[in-house]
Structure formats: structure tokens, C-alpha cells
Design a protein around this ligand. Structure first.
Ligand code: NDP
Ligand code: A1CAB
Length: 271
């Protein structure tokens, strides 16, 4: 069974590591703060190797995920310098917002390959979305390994790099917007006498159910909305009030702001 390495096991890295471990792969993990690795090992109850030195990780991993913030890549590759130069050509996987394949390739010798991804945190429970694109001549065998290792992460699909800023807003950042929606709905439930727990259960189940309806029926969301709205009923009263409050416009602004920030980050990293 191939071994997967990961450097940086924070919010996103640990979510991906959990999905990979679920698929039965052995992993070698490295993180600046050691306690985080110990916590993760305890949570997954799996046999993860917590690597304090990077030699073992670099030499024994078939592909290596980098789970640090975009502005921490420089430090990591300075640390890895000799190890990377001396190692056999590797396939690296980035999850960093705003770092292009061309920028990633500048961190490693020309013989090394990159897979650029944009994931989201629901990969942790198999309900995530991961877009990926690759550097030229990335071996098919490594791409297959990458995809297989993420078989329990959710949807994993190849997307042209030119669309990555859009993917970042629509998939990478958007779970946070949905959490805001659930929180806002729950607050109203509590205001009207439901317990916090009941409110959260109802709000999150409604989001999950509605989302599954869109996915499973393939129907247009507007058509599904029409099926909920009785003439002169409760739902249309809510729908119209949301329109007056600029609900769709607010969502549009939120997703657009995330996309624009991703564009801004890409331009900054280019300089
Ligand atoms: N969070 C999300 O929803 C998403 C994040 N991403 C991308 O994922 C990446 C990570 O983001 P996120 O998980 O949120 O960030 P976190 O800060 O939670 O995780 C970063 C991890 O990297 C570790 N780290 C930093 N520097 C080093 C170093 N020199 N050596 C070893 N480990 C190091 C940190 O260790 P320490 O414990 O010491 O802080 C931390 O655990 C980013 O590039 C981001 O763009 C992409 C999509 C979604
Ligand atoms: O907020 C961020 O920058 C990262 C990238 C996408 C989601 N979280």
C-alpha cells in the first residue's frame, strides 16, 4: 500500500488526512506544533507516523500534501531545501488558495510534479468537494493514487486552473456561508422558544434535505422552491421578505468577495 505524506495538519490538512486514513492508506504526518499530531492520532485511532524530522516523510511518501498557509510555503521549502534537491522527483499536492501551478513549481526542482487542489472542510466526513489540476507530465499513476486516496472525501474532479478562483469562492469558502445561515436560522428558533439544540437540528436538517433534493432530483432550485410556496402561505411571505432584505444579493456579494480575494491573493503571490 502506498504511503501518503502531509506537512501541516491544521483545519484543512487534518480533514484531508482523516479521509485518506479512512481509505486505508498509511500516512506520515508532520506539523510545527506536535500536540496537534497527537490529537489527530488519538481522534482517528489509526496508525499514523508522526514525523519530527522531514527525511523519512520525503523519502518514504509516494505523494506529499502541503497543508500550510500560502504564505508559509517559502519557509517550508527553505527547510526542505537539501532534502528536496537530493530526493527522487516527487509529486506534491497543494491545497493553498491563490498559488498557481507555475508558482508551486518554482519551489521545487524541474523534475518534481505538482497537483494543485481546492478542497473544503466537509471532506472530513466524506461530503467535501475537491477540484484539482496538475503540472505538465504529472504521472497518471500518481494522479490515480491521489484520486484513490481521496475516495472517501466526496467529489474529486479535474477543473481547469483558470477556474480555480471561482472554485475557491464557490466550494472552498462557501461552507462558512452555510454555517452562517444555519446559525442565523437557529437564532430565530431560539427567539421563538425552541431550544438551541432543537433549532440547530431543524435548521441543519433543512439545509441538508434541501441540498440533497437539488442533488438527487436534478431539478432547478427555483422549481423546488415553488413546490414549498402555497398561495398566500407562510413560505411565500418569507421568500418575499428575504428578497426585500436582499438575500440573493447578499449571497452573491459574499461569494464574489471570496472569489475577488482569491484573485487578489494570486496576484500578490505573483509579485
Ligand atoms: N480551512 C479551509 O477551509 C481551507 C483551507 N485551504 C488551504 O489550506 C491551507 C491550510 O489552511 P488551514 O488548514 O485553514 O490553516 P491552519 O493554520 O489551520 O493549518 C496550517 C497548519 O500548518 C502548520 N504549519 C505552519 N508552518 C509550518 C511549518 N513550518 N512546519 C510544519 N507545519 C507548519 C501549522 O502548524 P501549527 O499547529 O504550529 O500552527 C498548522 O497546523 C491553506 O493553504 C489554505 O489556503 C483550502 C481550502 C479550504
Ligand atoms: O479562507 C481561506 O483563505 C481558505 C481558502 C478557502 C477556504 N479557506
Amino acid at each position: 500500500m502506498p504511503t501518503i505524506g502531509m506537512i501541516g495538519v491544521g483545519n484543512m490538512g487534518s480533514a484531508i488526512a482523516k479521509a485518506i486514513l479512512k481509505a486505508g492508506y498509511s500516512m506520515i504526518l508532520h506539523n510545527r506544533t506536535q500536540e496537534k499530531l497527537a490529537d489527530l492520532a488519538e481522534q482517528v485511532g489509526a496508525d499514523v507516523v508522526k514525523s519530527e524530522s522531514l527525511d523519512e516523510l520525503i523519502n518514504e511518501s509516494d505523494i506529499i500534501f502541503i497543508g500550510v498557509k500560502p504564505n508559509q510555503f517559502g519557509t517550508i521549502f527553505e527547510q526542505l531545501d537539501d532534502l528536496v534537491i537530493e530526493s527522487k522527483p516527487k509529486t506534491w499536492v497543494s491545497m493553498a488558495a491563490g498559488l498557481s501551478i507555475a508558482q508551486l513549481e518554482a519551489f521545487t526542482p524541474a523534475s518534481h510534479k505538482w497537483i494543485r487542489t481546492m478542497p473544503n472542510t466537509p471532506v472530513e466526513i466524506g461530503e467535501g468537494y475537491i477540484a484539482y489540476c496538475t503540472s505538465k507530465n504529472t504521472d497518471d499513476e500518481k494522479i490515480t493514487l491521489f484520486e484513490k486516496s481521496l475516495q472517501y472525501a466526496g467529489i474529486v474532479e479535474a477543473i481547469p486552473e483558470s477556474l480555480f478562483n471561482a472554485v475557491t469562492g464557490l466550494a472552498g469558502s462557501s461552507p462558512a456561508f452555510i454555517y452562517q445561515l444555519i446559525e442565523a436560522m437557529s437564532d430565530v428558533g431560539v427567539e421563538y422558544g425552541l431550544s438551541r439544540e432543537q433549532s440547530r437540528k431543524m435548521a441543519s436538517q433543512a439545509v441538508k434535505g434541501a441540498s440533497s433534493m437539488v442533488i438527487e432530483t436534478g431539478m432547478h432550485p427555483g422549481e423546488l422552491k415553488d413546490k414549498v410556496t402555497s398561495p398566500n402561505g407562510t413560505t411565500i411571505a418569507g421568500v418575499v421578505a428575504l428578497e426585500h432584505a436582499g438575500f440573493k444579493s447578499a449571497i452573491n456579494k459574499g461569494v464574489t468577495a471570496a472569489i475577488n480575494k482569491s484573485i487578489q491573493m494570486s496576484n500578490k503571490e505573483k509579485k
